[in-house]
Design a protein around this ligand. Structure first.
Ligand SMILES: Cc1cc2nc3c(=O)[nH]c(=O)nc-3n(C[C@H](O)[C@H](O)[C@H](O)COP(=O)(O)OP(=O)(O)OC[C@H]3O[C@@H](n4cnc5c(N)ncnc54)[C@H](O)[C@@H]3O)c2cc1C
Ligand SMILES: *[C@@H]1O[C@H](CO)[C@@H](O)[C@H](O)[C@H]1NC(C)=O
Ligand SMILES: *[C@@H]1O[C@H](CO)[C@@H](O)[C@H](O)[C@H]1NC(C)=O
Ligand SMILES: *[C@@H]1O[C@H](CO)[C@@H](O)[C@H](O)[C@H]1NC(C)=O
Ligand SMILES: *[C@@H]1O[C@H](CO)[C@@H](O)[C@H](O)[C@H]1NC(C)=O
Ligand SMILES: *[C@@H]1O[C@H](CO)[C@@H](O)[C@H](O)[C@H]1NC(C)=O
Ligand SMILES: *[C@@H]1O[C@H](CO)[C@@H](O)[C@H](O)[C@H]1NC(C)=O
Ligand SMILES: *[C@@H]1O[C@H](CO)[C@@H](O)[C@H](O)[C@H]1NC(C)=O
Length: 646
């Protein structure tokens, strides 16, 4: 088919839709059927919501229903060489950018109304979460009741700061616009809705994003003008005590893609097992966390987040619903676990390993320079702590702490907490005895608050879960670095490394310091986890604060972070890497930093599973051909612009 013929076909459909055609009768039924085959190679039956699917039968019904036949092709699958696939390929090659609201080819209100009917009413406009704070916005929802938000990002910087949650009353007199927020969300309640949305977006070359909680550090779950697949409502958790497959036998959970950290840990507590989740209770475990790596207090015992997953149910870019395990679609399984969220397909559920419950000893403390604690003594103690990381990791413990320079020569070290999994208080105290002895020699008192818990959940509740990880704050930019094992092997290198750590504290507002190591037994190439994630003793996340919140101010802050803080850390860790989920949006040489030697294979699989480049996330696998043209609106890359080919 020629390009112009194809375009005229689309135009005809859309033009008809723009004209005075009356709206569809509400009798247009949702495009879905309930399939009877519930078993899959994942070896746990589909959830009910996964049996409600878009099938070839359903598409055929659309094609033969006179009321909607004209539009049926928008919802066809994109199987290789199908009419729908060929047509959308042509449409795409005629357009440099994804279709935006306002473009001639953007679906009309009528087409959206039909789509909503076919989705069973799951389509929702996205309204910026901050808009109810603005008396004078076009959303006209001032002081509206708060609601479960379908479109917000934890950090408003990345959608362009176009409707910030005001820090002061004055801010509320400003403007609130859609900016880089997505346009519509599909509030997912079944698999058919995902398939329809995928087919629709692919057919019309719409920008598509997948959003679970919006916690992504770099705004990769929103996009200007995008249709957003909102998976947050997929909350089921099913315990299977005697799971069995070729790859793994033992207890598992089958979990919906919307399950968050606190829900997973609560379920683990209930069933007397332990499960792997990060330190923020509200992070989604089967959206970004497990696909991007996943560090946690249990990683030394049980491996990274990606290592926990035995099987995935996934909607592909062509709209088809498939299973991925180590033996079925094994290349997709490999790519999706480590290759990052929003890139290869849309997860609806995962079968995830659970483990014996473990007791935990937690210990928190604060050390600060003072009249009796000189900066020199402070650093000597922190150096000693740093040098002990291999010992702490060998003991299979984890810690998160922060170090800050409060003023020249004034430093604060918060241990928030040391998380000694599978340790009694005595075992923990033996482990840290040399550190406490060193402190005593330096006349530093470590007033540790040490508590033992029989299982992980109460330990987590008393520590990590008490921090306020709020949505909406902005004022800082992160940068991440994994510090590999060899940086402890040679004293010269160790000293150089610590000098870069100390420099980071001098330059950044805060340095987050994790001692962590991924259990070695999973290093068998079963997934695409960053090799640097398997060879580390520490992760550092430096936070640059920005007070001048203009585009120039943000840019200057980001440059300062990358040049003054991160570059010296990168220099001393040539075999290190960075954590894609907690990285700087401008991470240089990100392909190497996030995936190392796995990158070329990942790109090949991206081409295989998403040949139409439906899924895009910034610095995602295979995203090099695209750019969000935001005109430098906030000084770092935001989602606030059309998504176009480079
Ligand atoms: C306060 C805080 C603390 C954190 N602590 C930790 C920690 O301890 N350990 C750790 O490893 N990480 C941690 N993180 C980082 C966290 O892992 C990432 O932010 C993660 O990407 C969040 O995933 P999400 O699904 O909740 O977020 P979202 O922003 O909704 O999604 C993240 C990415 O995953 C994609 N995605 C979402 N759902 C799906 C799906 N169903 N299928 C396919 N792709 C999908 C999105 O498109 C996006 O690209 C923390 C983050 C925050 C904000
Ligand atoms: C699609 O068409 C191409 C070129 O015409 C051909 O090489 C390929 O094998 C076809 N694929 C399928 C799945 O039919
Ligand atoms: C409200 O917005 C309009 C249009 O942007 C503007 O003209 C008017 O001054 C604003 N009013 C207030 C009180 O900010
Ligand atoms: C916890 O430690 C005990 C020994 O103290 C060991 O037998 C057990 O296997 C450990 N548990 C895990 C999950 O590693
Ligand atoms: C610690 O205090 C003791 C007694 O006040 C003093 O003798 C010693 O020099 C101090 N040590 C350091 C490292 O400050
Ligand atoms: C000690 O830590 C526990 C959490 O582990 C906390 O509940 C308690 O309030 C802390 N006590 C003090 C004195 O800070
Ligand atoms: C330690 O590392 C330095 C710097 O890379 C190198 O010059 C030196 O030879 C190494 N020493 C040993 C004992 O390997
Ligand atoms: C490393 O630093 C320590 C403390 O500053 C110093 O004593 C030691 O000589 C240094 N080692 C090397 C090889 O530079």
């Amino acid at each position: 088919m020629s390009k112009s013929f194809v375009l005229s076909l689309i135009f005809a459909a859309l033009a008809a839709a723009q004209s005075s055609v009356p709206s569809f009768t509400a009798s247009v039924a949702p495009a879905a059927e309930t399939v009877t085959t519930v078993s899959t190679p994942a070896n746990v039956p589909l959830f009910d919501i996964e049996t409600v699917q878009l099938t070839d039968n359903v598409v055929a019904e659309l094609q033969s229903n006179p009321e909607v036949a004209e539009y049926a092709s928008l919802f066809e699958f994109g199987d290789a060489n199908s009419t729908a696939a060929v047509r959308s390929r042509h449409a795409r090659s005629a357009q440099r950018c994804k279709t935006m609201p306002g473009d001639a080819l953007y679906p009309s209100k009528l087409v959206w109304a039909l789509t909503d009917l076919l989705l069973g009413g799951a389509l929702e406009p996205i309204v910026p979460i901050g808009s109810s704070c603005y008396p004078n916005s076009t959303y006209n929802n001032y002081d509206a009741e708060s609601y479960e938000d379908n479109g917000a990002l934890m950090n408003p910087l990345y959608y362009g700061m176009t409707c910030p949650i005001p820090a002061s009353e004055n801010a509320a007199n400003g403007a609130c616009t859609q900016g880089g927020y997505s346009e519509y969300a599909v509030k997912i309640k079944n698999v058919a809705q995902i398939q329809l949305a995928v087919n629709f977006a692919r057919s019309l070359n719409l920008r598509l994003v997948i959003r679970n909680t919006g916690h992504d550090y770099n705004g990769r779950s929103v996009g200007k003008g995008a249709l957003s697949i909102w998976t947050h409502g997929l909350k089921e958790i099913q315990y299977v005590e005697n799971y069995n497959s070729a790859a793994y036998s033992g207890p598992v959970f089958k979990v919906g893609a919307g399950v968050q950290g606190f829900e997973l840990l609560q379920a683990a507590e209930k069933y007397g097992v332990s499960a792997v989740a990060g330190i923020c209770p509200t992070v989604g475990i089967f959206g970004g966390y497990s696909t991007g790596g996943g560090h946690s207090p249990l990683m030394q015992l049980f491996g990274a987040g990606s290592d926990q997953i035995v099987a995935l149910e996934v909607v592909l870019a062509n709209g088809r619903f498939v299973t991925a395990t180590q033996s079925v679609n094994s290349d997709l399984y490999w790519a999706m676990l480590g290759g990052g969220g929003g890139t290869f397909g849309i997860i609806t559920s995962a079968v995830v390993k659970v483990h014996p419950k473990v007791p935990v000893t937690t210990s928190s403390w604060t050390v600060m320079t003072s009249e009796t604690v000189s900066a020199e003594a402070f650093w000597e103690l922190v150096t000693f702590f740093w040098e002990s990381f291999p010992t702490y990791n060998d003991a299979k413990t984890y810690s998160w702490g922060t170090i800050m320079k409060l003023a020249p020569g004034t430093y604060l070290w918060n241990m928030t907490p040391f998380f000694a999994t599978n340790k009694t208080i005595e075992e923990f105290e033996t482990l840290v005895e040399p550190l406490f002895k060193k402190a005593a020699e330096l006349n530093i008192t470590i007033a540790a608050n040490t508590t033992h818990y029989d299982t992980l959940y109460p330990a987590y509740q008393a520590t990590f879960a008490t921090y306020n990880y709020y949505i909406g704050g902005a004022g800082a930019i992160p940068g991440s670095r994994f510090i590999p094992t060899e940086n402890w092997a040679n004293e010269t290198v160790l000293n150089q490394t610590f000098a870069a750590v100390q420099n980071a504290v001098e330059k950044a507002m805060m340095l987050n310091l994790y001692h962590q190591h991924t259990a070695d037994e999973f290093d068998k190439g079963i997934n695409s986890l960053n090799p640097a994630f398997r060879n580390l003793q520490a992760q550092l996340v430096a936070i640059q604060s920005v007070t001048d919140m203009t585009a120039a101010g943000w840019k200057a802050g980001d440059d300062a972070l990358n040049i003054e803080t991160m570059a010296p850390l990168r220099e001393v860790t040539p075999t290190g890497g960075a954590y894609g989920n907690e990285a700087n949006i401008g991470e240089p040489n990100w392909q190497q930093a996030f995936w190392g030697k796995n990158y070329p294979r990942l790109v090949g699989l991206k081409k295989k599973y998403d040949p139409t480049e439906l899924f895009y996330v910034h610095h995602g696998v295979g995203s090099e051909g695209w750019v969000v043209q935001d005109n430098g609106i906030v000084g770092v890359q935001s989602t606030d612009g059309p998504l176009c080919r480079v």
